[in-house]
Design a binder for this molecule. Sequence first.
Ligand SMILES: *Cc1c(COP(=O)(O)O)cnc(C)c1O
Length: 420
Amino acid sequence: MNPAFAYRKERLHAEDVPLDDIAARYGTPCYVYSRSALEARYDAFSAAFAGQPVRVCYAVKANGNLAVLDVLARRGAGFDIVSGGELARVLAAGGDPRKVVFSGACKLDEEIRYALAQDIACFNVESEPELARLSELAVETGCEARIAIRVNPDVEAGGHRHISTGRREHKFGIALEDAGTLVVRAMTLPGLRLDGVACHIGSQMMGLEPLAAALDQLADFVRTLQSDNVPLRHVDAGGGLGIDHHGQVAPTPAEYARVVLDALGGLGIEIVLEPGRAIAGPAGLLLTRVAYVKQGHGRKFALVDAAMNDLLRPALYEAWHDILPVRAGAAPDAEPIDVVGPVCETGDFLGRDRSLAVRPGDLLAVADGGAYGFVMSSNYNARPRASEVMVAGTQTRLVRRRETVASLWHGETTFGEAEE
Ligand SMILES: *Cc1c(COP(=O)(O)O)cnc(C)c1O
């Protein structure tokens, strides 16, 4: 976990604020983000590429809270979006549309029109039909769409199969052997300006060899285009850098930068990066309270007030998140226990077989909740979504109110009486 979350006198803190104070004030479950951790993670990326023509476009889908986007926008970040909704979030947070790149295999007409109107920096095009549609809509709206072709270098990034994107059988990108044809098409269709090429091979990369292999192919492709006098302005290496978890150590931004610059540094064009998790993941946690401790047959359960609807990653990817007591010490001996939520699914767990000493009323912190946490939360089982709090030094801000139960059926109506 990030050093912004540390024990002081046996109380786990977010920066200078004890987490039990946050729970008392804002309730649980609650996502807690550290502003300085976010800034430090972003700065580590920029610093690793200092002096190079690099643009860091934070992947909004990792955590799109306005407060998070605001912190990064103030640092000069660009943004990688995958929907019109994310573009609206970026703009609401004061982000610069001219630093936005739009990824995603299925951009819808309304989203494309909106992004064209905002004059975003680049559309990362993932198919021939998308290219054609983008051209039509650009002509129709009198805009020029700057584009990059997203290629699929057919490498396995190594993360969970649901978050690996760089194989031929995945829905993302265009096979390298077809990319040349698409480039020609892009240069002949009206309303388009081909600016770059892109790839993104997947998420939670814990080693850099697959990335190195993919970027070598990407670089070869760029060189081919350059020798054919295609005037490229940038090359986009995507996101996907993993974070330390479960005893595994992720590559540092500096190690990552070495691989990226080795492959792409000599191309003489701007390098775009799209990190999400590596910036936001360790900068947040999920705070939850133990409601019951239940002794089953051969298994003990801590039943807590956060569930898979709040943090889906363990249930969806069998992802590991460290779970820490907010108050260390004083507790009885730790023993193996499953930390599970109130949702009526056997898959509803936050952590299995953990060594924890818990009593009802205790607070637990689920680490690395800053990315793909709140954004993947739902109202399953009619559970209002959690509050989100940001901490900076001794200050806390409620950056998203807990949802109310009544808000859950906002927009719903009953069928009513049949009209004659
Ligand atoms: C999800 C995604 C990212 C961010 O991935 P992380 O693993 O969070 O760094 C970047 N680019 C694209 C195209 C994505 O789909």
